[in-house]
Design a protein around this ligand. Sequence first.
Ligand code: MN
Ligand code: MN
Ligand code: ZN
Length: 286
Amino acid sequence: MPLLGAHMSIAGGYYRAVDAAAQLGMDVVQVFTKNNNQWRAKPIAPAEADQFAAALAEHRISHPLSHASYLINLAAPDDVLWQKSVDGMIVELERAEILGIPYVVVHPGSHTTSTEAEGLARVAAGLNAVHKALPKIKSQLLLEITAGQGTNLGWNFGQLASILAETKHADRVGICFDTCHAFASGYDLRDKKTYQAMWREFDELLGLDRLKAIHLNDSKKGLGSRVDRHEHIGHGCIGREGFHHVLTDRSLAAIPMYLETPKEDCDGEPWDAVNMRVLRELAGER
Ligand code: MN
Ligand code: MN
Ligand code: ZN
């Protein structure tokens, strides 16, 4: 049975995300460890980390995952923004380590005014700088596949592989797969044949053992649209069949999966509750 959860709010304390996840019957949880639209953050007090760990243990929620700030752009051609991004990524990993979170998801970045090749090299150099600054840290980075909107890099497995090939410590980098992003970038999860071909390609270019997390989002936009708009499970262009493939895939059984769907109500019930129910159904648990 897949390990299912969602990105939850840390408003009021890190433990609040865990409590909320438990109330919705989740197995796993993703959080931001700081405001995702700011560079600065106040240090995490030991008591906050203890409360977070206690909440995870109490509710038996495993695989806590953190998502890095959206401001970070390791592909930035601008040296000031690139250095800020490296420093920001260091802070993200340090905060994850304090909270006992093993992985931090980050988008590879946007090459903006430079080229794809320069951007990919820039990301690899950024990872090198982060790893050099934190030789002993246990928390690791996960590069997330993107939808390829604008100049966003990492929207196919080949681009992610070239970042890994160029970085010095590829053994310290994993991958986060996002269903919406992969579909929008052109991987058709709806058809069993293309679904299976996709994972074969993933294994050849990246290695399945690098896959450490999956984001479960349906897509408002079509296959290959290169537009990143998340939709509730089964209500978008991927549809229930595509998610059925993911949720019943035995080779993904040990990979934690997190919803990142809009936080709204559906007829007075949180959409997270509805989406969790749909996921459990599609996994064959009910
Ligand atoms: Mn993401
Ligand atoms: Mn995602
Ligand atoms: Zn997205």
